[in-house]
Design a protein around this ligand. Structure first.
Ligand code: CU
Length: 160
């Protein structure tokens, strides 16, 4: 009888332990990616009239701005079928904040070998920050089908 009861508890424990361990493991994974690897969910930084980009800062002057040594801000516009600016140059080890929006339809921005992966929606400002330590050329790709020229929509980020 006593042995039976022990088996019952052992069986319960075999289910309770993983049901606690799995959420804990997920929390650890989220914490590690957020704080150690620096992967964050891109936030919606605001709204903008897609028809008034030419007179709305920072999109009236799309391009790369060096705020401080190792600290850049990029104002980028996506439209069929190009990114403006199409080429971005930063120094190795820099932290780059991208503020992006679309002039026309929904695009997506993925920068190869980096955590940057964000939807770019007309009317919305998408903001994402990433650090670029390794010198080289990083491909900037549109990853949301946006029309007949989608496959040629690309830019590059050069880390020097
Ligand atoms: Cu596209």
């Amino acid at each position: 009888m006593g042995n039976n009861k022990f088996m019952h508890y052992a069986f319960e424990l075999a289910w309770i332990l993983p049901s606690v361990a799995v959420p804990v493991a997920i929390l650890v994974a989220i914490t590690l990616t957020a704080f150690a690897v620096g992967i964050r969910v891109p936030d919606v930084a605001g709204r903008v009239d897609p028809k008034a980009l030419s007179r709305t800062p920072p999109f009236d002057q799309p391009g790369v701005k060096e705020l401080a040594p190792g600290r850049y801000e990029v104002a980028m516009i996506a439209q069929v079928f190009a990114f403006t600016p199409g080429e971005i140059r930063v120094k190795a080890g820099s932290e780059v904040t991208f503020e992006m929006t679309s002039r026309d339809v929904i695009h997506g921005v993925k920068i190869s070998n980096s955590p940057v992966n964000v939807m770019v929606v007309p009317g919305q400002i998408s903001r994402v920050t990433a650090k670029f330590d390794k010198p080289g050329e990083y491909l900037i790709l549109c990853h949301e089908y946006c029309g007949s020229g989608h496959h040629v929509m690309a830019g590059r980020l050069i880390v020097e």
